[in-house]
Design a protein around this ligand. Structure first.
Ligand SMILES: [Zn+2]
Ligand SMILES: [Zn+2]
Length: 192
C-alpha cells in the first residue's frame, strides 16, 4: 500500500506533468505539491475533486493511498462483460472485468439470464447467413439496446433502436454466445 503522496507523484508522472505544472493548474505553489508528495501534509478536502480529476483518478483512491490495481489479466472474448447504466442508457463492454461507473454510480457486470418467452432468439438460415430476430417490444420504454455474438476471438455488436425490428445477421459458421440486452429486463444469453 502506498501513501497518498506516493500516489499523487505516480499519477502526476503518468500524466507527464511536473510539480510546477500541476501546481499551476490548481493555482497553488509547487512547494505545496512537493509537500504532499513527500508526505508532509494532505491536499485540502476542497481541492480533492479537482486534483483527482486532473490526475485522472478517484478522490477516494487518492485519499486511501491505494489505486486497487488489478493483477495483469489475460482473458479471451469469451469473458466479455456487459455493463448498462439504467439512468442514461449507456452500454459498456470489457474483457474480462474492469471498473465501470456512470451517472455517479459504480456499475456491476450484468449476469446473463436464460431467455424467457419474451426474450427468445429466433434463428433462421437465409441469404447465406444466420438471421437472428427477437419478437420483443421495441418501444421507447421497453426495447432491445444491443445484440452481440461473442466467440473466442471475436465480438460482433449490433446496436438496436426503438421503433426498428430487432435483428442481426451472423456468419453461417462459428460457435459462441448470443447476447441480447433489454432496456428493462437486463441481459439474455443463449449458446450457438
Ligand atoms: Zn449513465
Ligand atoms: Zn425486455
Amino acid at each position: 500500500m502506498d501513501t497518498t503522496g506516493e500516489i499523487i507523484r505516480r499519477l502526476r508522472r503518468e500524466k507527464g506533468l511536473t510539480q510546477l505544472a500541476l501546481a499551476n493548474l490548481l493555482h497553488l505553489s509547487d512547494r505545496t505539491v512537493s509537500k504532499w508528495e513527500c508526505g508532509r501534509g494532505l491536499p485540502d478536502p476542497g481541492l480533492l475533486p479537482e486534483l483527482a480529476r486532473l490526475l485522472g483518478a478517484g478522490a477516494e483512491e487518492l485519499l486511501r493511498g491505494d489505486l486497487r490495481e488489478n493483477p495483469p489479466q489475460g482473458g479471451n472474448m469469451k469473458n466479455l462483460k456487459c455493463y448498462f447504466c439504467p439512468h442514461c442508457g449507456a452500454v459498456g463492454f470489457s474483457v474480462p472485468e474492469m471498473k465501470h461507473s456512470c451517472c455517479g454510480r459504480i456499475l456491476e457486470p450484468l449476469a446473463p439470464q436464460a431467455p424467457d418467452a419474451a426474450h427468445a432468439f429466433h434463428i433462421e438460415v437465409r441469404d447465406g447467413a444466420r438471421q437472428v430476430t427477437l419478437d420483443h417490444p421495441m418501444d421507447k420504454e421497453h426495447h432491445l439496446l444491443m445484440l452481440a455474438f461473442v466467440s473466442g476471438e471475436k465480438c460482433l455488436l449490433f446496436r438496436q433502436y426503438p421503433e426498428w425490428e430487432a435483428r442481426a445477421e451472423l456468419p453461417l459458421r462459428g460457435h459462441g454466445r448470443l447476447l441480447a440486452l433489454c432496456s428493462r429486463d437486463g441481459l439474455f444469453e443463449t449458446r450457438l
